[in-house]
Each structure stands twice: as structure tokens, then as C-alpha cells.
Design a protein around this ligand. Structure first.
Ligand code: SPV
Ligand code: MG
Length: 432
């Protein structure tokens, strides 16, 4: 008997999936692959139902003969294992980024005479509603908040990109590319940078933009996205205020706050020792961490301690002593920062810290040491990489040049070629 294989990553079965199973049944024994959680987070959206439960769900559907786990987004593992005669899929993968996967599968199965069956995608009101409900579920605080901790265990390195508005949030949410390995890739999380949030408001990054306004930015982003949020909490402010910040962030569904061990007037770290900045003592900052952890109500939320010793040229030993103390005080992760171009001091810190602490997540922000790759960072024990400001830095010169050219030519025609069409802008924004 022939085998018809189809792969699902869905958390619910709707009539579109039932139709695919029915169609597959016409060609042979129906084997359903369950795309692993690890592959799903890169391929489409974060699974709210874990892979073992999704496998049981698919198995319960009438017409399904067998369910197997598919670990590879490109189908290499399942095709090698079961050599299906047919691979059945909704025809939505004929176009767009997923078409790369379709071509890859076609290349694999055509070697032994296998065939792809594209089933017309089921577009109707019920299916779109289910799709929207799934997306909405992911955006709810209780799902979003815990997702960072989940991601840390699911992927070698969590990739967070800066967002400071609904629009930049949408870019982080929706940008999917076909990587060099032929697999799809996307960001895991968003970083709400104090630098970019302030810059977007035309203000300096000195804790001048107040928390109420920063919360408003979070809300603008949570309204239109589902990915988890890491919030740049600057120094955390007064401990008496920080405890309230923790509660609000938890309520908003933020996954983590990163606070830095500075006090007094905070300036952006990339100024280093060129400006006067004061580091809090280990005791002072540990006290803030302890108070925050005590105020926290969920187990999901993370308070990550950011160490500024390398920025302020206080040395490696000071950085490590602080890391030890802050973990002891309850920090759920350590962010180590550097403004050197060479990543050597960051890697030295990571290696030394990992030698004594195998589990506490390490976060880095490679704005200056930008030659290092995610894979290299992961090899040194880094769990989260934050691209802290690149969207702002990309947009600003583009906007400035466009403004200059419109002034120069007294019309907008000359700039038109480099502008996104209104139609493309509109496709980015979901309508209800
Ligand atoms: C930010 O993005 O606001 C940060 C990271 O705090 S850095 O600007 O590198 O200090
Ligand atoms: Mg900042």
C-alpha cells in the first residue's frame, strides 16, 4: 500500500486539516507528521500545545493511520525514514517563503518517484476565525509572559530584536526569511530598548521618558503582536518604585525586565567612561533584585541583572563577583555588556561564569562587538542575544535622506523608488 504523508504544526484541527487528511486518504495510508516544537518556532508560530499533546490530537482524527514526529522543517528526517509516495500539503506553500520548503521536498521525493499533492487551501470564515483565535491566545499575557522561559529551553539561542512602536513590533513579529540552510527563520522575542523608546520620542536615554509612557509603548506593541517581550528597565529606579514596575510588567504580559547596576543619573552605556556614571554597590543592587523578586506574583516573569563593570572599566573580577552576588539575590539571568569592538572580554566573562554556573541564562547585546555570530555566542553559553537598536538606526538615516531629497527637488518623485508602496504597508497591518 502506498503512503501519503502530511505535516501539521497546528494546535487545533479545523476543516482545512480534515480536508487534507481526506485527500491524503485517497492516495494511500495516511501518516501525519507533527512538526516538533523546536522546528515550529522557526517555521511559523509558537506552539501553545506541546508536541506530545499535538501528536495525540492528530492521532485521534478519523482517517489518520499513524503519527510521527518531524524534527526537520525541510522534511529530510521523515523522508529518509518512511519514503512517502505522496507528500500532501495545502497549496498555500506554492507561493511565498514556504515555497522554498516545497521545492526542497520535491527534490527529495522525486529521487525515488515520489510526488507532491497540493490541496486547495480552505479559506472560509470559520477557518480564519480559528486562526485569529490561535493568534489571540498567543498574545494573551498569561501565554506571552511564560514564553521566554520556554524558548530558553527550546532553542540554542533566543534572538530578540528591538521594537519601539506598533509598526516596529509588527516588523519583528512578521519578518520571516529563508536562511542560507534553506530553512525559514524569524526572531523569537522583542526588546523594548530605553534608547530607542526615548529616541522615538526625541528624548535622551537618561530615564527621562517616564514609566507610564514606557508602559504605553508596551501596550502599543502588545496590541498588534504575539512574541514575548524583554523590557529595558534602565536602573529600575528607586527600589520602592521598582516593585510597582514589576507588577505592571507582569500584568502586561512582559516576560522579563533587565535592570542595570547603575544609580543616579543614568546615561547610555555606549558612552562608557566618557560621561559620569555611577555603579550601584553590590549590596544596593542586590537589595533591588530581592525586592523585585519578592513583589513578583507569577513564576514566569524574569528579573535579569545587567552588569556594567566592563562598560565602566572596573574589570572582569568585579563583573564576575557581581554576577555571583546578583544570582544569589535571586536574579533570573545575567546580562553582561561591553562597548569594545572585540568580543574577547564578553567571551571571557561568559566562559568564566559558565565554569561556575551552568544554568543561569546569559544575555548579551552585540551592538559594538557585532562580528560575532549567534552560533559562536551560543557555544560560549549565551542564551539570549539582543539586537538592541538596529531598526531605529536603519530607519533614521532613510527618513532623513528622504526629507532632504524632497526639499532638494521640490517634489516627491525622486524618492519614490526607495519607498515602500502603500499597498505593502497595508498588508503588514491586520484588519479585523
Ligand atoms: C538600550 O537598548 O537601551 C540598551 C542597550 O540599554 S545599550 O544601548 O547598548 O546600552
Ligand atoms: Mg537602555
Amino acid at each position: 500500500m502506498k503512503t501519503a504523508y502530511t505535516c501539521f504544526s497546528t494546535d487545533v484541527i479545523h476543516e482545512g486539516h480534515l480536508n487534507i487528511i481526506k485527500e491524503a486518504g485517497k492516495y494511500g495510508r495516511v501518516v501525519v507528521g507533527c512538526l516538533s516544537d523546536r522546528a515550529s518556532i522557526r517555521y511559523n508560530r509558537f506552539p501553545t500545545v506541546p508536541e506530545n499533546e499535538r501528536m495525540a490530537l492528530y492521532k485521534s482524527v478519523e482517517g489518520v493511520d499513524e503519527v510521527i514526529l518531524q524534527n526537520d522543517m525541510l522534511y529530510d528526517d521523515v523522508i529518509a525514514a518512511i519514503k512517502p509516495d505522496y507528500v500532501v500539503h495545502g497549496d498555500n506553500w506554492v507561493q511565498g517563503v514556504e515555497s522554498a520548503i516545497r521545492s526542497h521536498v520535491e527534490g527529495l521525493i522525486s529521487q525515488y518517484g515520489g510526488q507532491i499533492i497540493d490541496v486547495p487551501y480552505t479559506f472560509n470564515e470559520t477557518v480564519s476565525k480559528i486562526d485569529l483565535q490561535l493568534k489571540e491566545k498567543l498574545s494573551m499575557p498569561e501565554y506571552r509572559r511564560k514564553r521566554l522561559r520556554q524558548l530558553i529551553t527550546m532553542t540554542p539561542i533566543v534572538k530578540a530584536m528591538e521594537a519601539h512602536s506598533g509598526l516596529t513590533g509588527l516588523i519583528v513579529e512578521k519578518t520571516v526569511i529563508e536562511g542560507q540552510n534553506g530553512k525559514l527563520d524569524q526572531f523569537d522575542a522583542m526588546w523594548i530598548s530605553s534608547l530607542c523608546d526615548s529616541t522615538a520620542k526625541g528624548k535622551p536615554d537618561i530615564e527621562l521618558v517616564d514609566m507610564t509612557s514606557r508602559f504605553r509603548t508596551i501596550e502599543d506593541i502588545t496590541e498588534v503582536t504575539t512574541k514575548p517581550i524583554i523590557f529595558d528597565g534602565d536602573t529600575g529606579g528607586l527600589t520602592e518604585h521598582f516593585v510597582y514596575t514589576v507588577r505592571t510588567l507582569e500584568r502586561l504580559g512582559v516576560s522579563a525586565v533587565i535592570i542595570e547596576d547603575k544609580k543616579g543619573l543614568k546615561k547610555n552605556s555606549l558612552f562608557g567612561t566618557e560621561v559620569k556614571q555611577t555603579q550601584a554597590t553590590i549590596e544596593e543592587f542586590s537589595e533591588k533584585i530581592r525586592a523585585g523578586k519578592k513583589a513578583q506574583l507569577t513564576d514566569d516573569f524574569m528579573i535579569i541583572a545587567r552588569i556594567e563593570s566592563l562598560i565602566l572599566e572596573r574589570g572582569m573580577e568585579d563583573a564576575l563577583a557581581r554576577a555571583r552576588a546578583f544570582v544569589e539575590a535571586g536574579a533570573d539571568g545575567i546580562m553582561i555588556h561591553s562597548r569594545k569592538k572585540d568580543p574577547a572580554e564578553i567571551l571571557e566573562f561568559c566562559d568564566k561564569f559558565r565554569a561556575e554556573d551552568k544554568t543561569t541564562p546569559i544575555v548579551v547585546v552585540p551592538s559594538s562587538f557585532n562580528t560575532i555570530t549567534e552560533a559562536e555566542l551560543a557555544e560560549h553559553g549565551v542564551n539570549i542575544v539582543i539586537y538592541a537598536n538596529q531598526l531605529t538606526r536603519a530607519a533614521f538615516p532613510a527618513m532623513q535622506k528622504t526629507a532632504e531629497d524632497i526639499l532638494r527637488y521640490h517634489r516627491a518623485k525622486e524618492v519614490d523608488d526607495r519607498l515602500m508602496s502603500i499597498k505593502q504597508i497595508i498588508t503588514l497591518i491586520d484588519e479585523i
